[in-house]
Ligand binder design. Structure first.
Ligand code: HEC
Length: 106
């Protein structure tokens, strides 16, 4: 019994981890976005009143979606004008944020 159930269990666990990876990157990005970015960019990415006044663009539009992942990563990591820089975010966290921004595309 044990000889069969262990590999089955291992396989099922590995499968569950692989299947949950893209989802968790997205969920993590959404949580981070709400915590650190929504004050200016709005929970839906269209921009809060304050963020728009500072010059933030609507993430759902082509203006932002046409930016490459590298450009989005650069703005998040290094900032731009009134956009603060976030040099302490881990690369996976920035990736999660970029994934989240992509998911806002209309
Ligand atoms: C204090 C307000 C503020 C906060 C907080 C903030 N941003 Fe911004 N962000 C801006 C402004 C203003 C711009 C526009 C910069 C420019 O082009 O002059 C901007 C630009 C951007 C851009 C480029 C697209 C655009 O609108 O020009 C991305 C991507 C972005 N921010 C992501 C984020 C992420 C991700 C976070 C959270 C980790 C975040 N921002 C937090 C104000 C903010």
């Amino acid at each position: 019994m044990k000889k069969i159930s262990l590999p089955v269990f291992t396989f099922a666990t590995a499968l569950a981890v692989v299947l949950s990876l893209p989802l968790s990157a997205h969920a993590q990005g959404a949580d981070l976005f709400k915590a650190k970015c929504a004050a200016c960019h709005g929970a839906d990415g269209t921009g809060s009143a304050m963020g728009k006044k500072m010059g933030a663009h609507d993430f759902t539009t082509a203006d932002v979606q046409k930016m490459s992942d590298a450009e989005l990563t650069d703005v998040i990591t290094n900032g731009k004008n009134k956009m603060p820089k976030y040099p302490t975010l881990k690369p996976e966290e920035v990736k999660g944020l970029v994934t989240y921004i992509r998911s806002l595309k209309k």
